[in-house]
Design a protein around this ligand. Sequence first.
Ligand code: ACM
Ligand code: ZN
Length: 557
Amino acid sequence: MKKTFLCAVVTLLSLASTAKTPAEISIIPRPQSVEVLKGQFKIIGATVNCDQSFDTQSQKAASIFTNQLTIATGRTSTFACNPGIADAAASGKIKGIVFLKDNSLAAEEYSIEANSKTVTIKASEFHGVLYAIQTIKQLLPAEIYSKTSNENIDWVMPCVVIKDKPRFAYRGMHLDVSRHFFDVVEVKKFLDIMATFKMNKLHWHLSDDQGWRIEIKKYPLLTEIGSVRTGTCIGKDFKSDDGIPYGGFYTQEEAKEIIKYADNLGITVIPEIDLPGHMLAALAAYPQYGCTGGPYEVWHRWGISNQVLCPGKEITFGFLQDILGEIADLFPSEYIHIGGDECPKTEWENCPECQALIAKLGLKDTEKATAEQYLQNYVTNRMQKFLETKGKKIIGWDEILEGDLDEGATVMSWRGVKGGIEASKRGFDVIMTPNTYFYFDYYQTKDKDKAPLAIGGYLPLEKVYEYEPSDGIDPESFKHVTGCQANLWTEYITSNEHLEYMLLPRMFALTEIQWCNPADKNYDRFKADVANHEFKVLDILGYSYCKEILGDPSLNK
Ligand code: ACM
Ligand code: ZN
């Protein structure tokens, strides 16, 4: 008995004094440089000190982190925000966790130096502070994410030196709330998990054929009529109809709440109003802006509708400018997404007003594009110019490249990578969202019968991880690639659990592409981190996720 006890003590002591190796550290996305030193920092009860020269948002983030420490460890950590901390820290007078402002670091950059007495975090601004906190949380036991106290945990973190900054400035995730609606609570949960993994843009797809989801004060029917469809096709049988009214929208107050919530997590919300196609929900409310005048109905099925906005009627531009004007006033984002994808031209070809405008503008078919395509360029350019008067820039899907495109637009490459390759060569900024790697509405398992319904395709975790955004792009053009994003279209996603399952863990692979240099990526290390650490974090935080890498593709709730 005595001998067993002695063995246990020796084992514990040797465990305690053994430094983790960099390979044993589970941080996703992997920091650019991790050095693991001997020893550990005991975080339970640690005091948190914050340099008073940080802005209030940074101070608040450090204070929230202190509260999380208190809650998860069950022992009070105190928070202090004082001037002169840098001097005190330099002379070794401060113990515990110290946030220091270091203006030599770039925006989003941070460093962490932890020895057994002090954890020193340096950043020049709020995002760097946030990312340092996320990294520290990943150095701690997964229970740090818990909302209840965990007293039987060894609350230590390894002594480390971490220097880190992201590869790309734009690290986005798209969410379609038109095909199925997700309420404010779920959108906040979506933002929470994005922030935990250092993402910084939510592309919010707010309008489409199947539902208009944002209040526009000047056009109340957009939400009164446009946000509700009277039925939905069942599964992939487009001839069927469940006959059940389905709807939902965000008031402008709710949108503001989400924008503010996201901002405190370091995330910018980029709204999308998809035009001139994917507008059937708007036309159901205001048929006068369509080529045929209707009647129109909010769509019950998925796909691409031929019924689109009529640019031949000048009043359509007033309608669009009123909508985009309210959107520009509501969203502080520098970028507004104006869609531009999948706009069939059959109605324009047959519409006397569209054809009259084509003639007036002198648009002609060329080798590059049809006259109707140039008409779409005209719509895009007018919206771009209008938004510029509001201090905004546009993003559009890669169809906006067809024909002509004005300088200053950003292109989202979704039909594979070719749009991104072409746009960057032509000097446009590019965000890579290729469906071949980043469409999270695809299946993530070969055994589709065991998985919840998806749109099709096959995009397992490993394939997402493989993607390299510079492939096929010359170094000069690659300077225009500002980042990457995955898209989550929700035709077949009817519940919060299903939404999270499609997102996770593939979003983790996305974050390593967004954040890490290619040399720091390693699928075996990443997969082990996901299986051993991140799944535990997701369990504690209460997210659904796909356990395909553990051999279970089902949606277990
Ligand atoms: C798209 O997937 N239609 C952009
Ligand atoms: Zn028309």
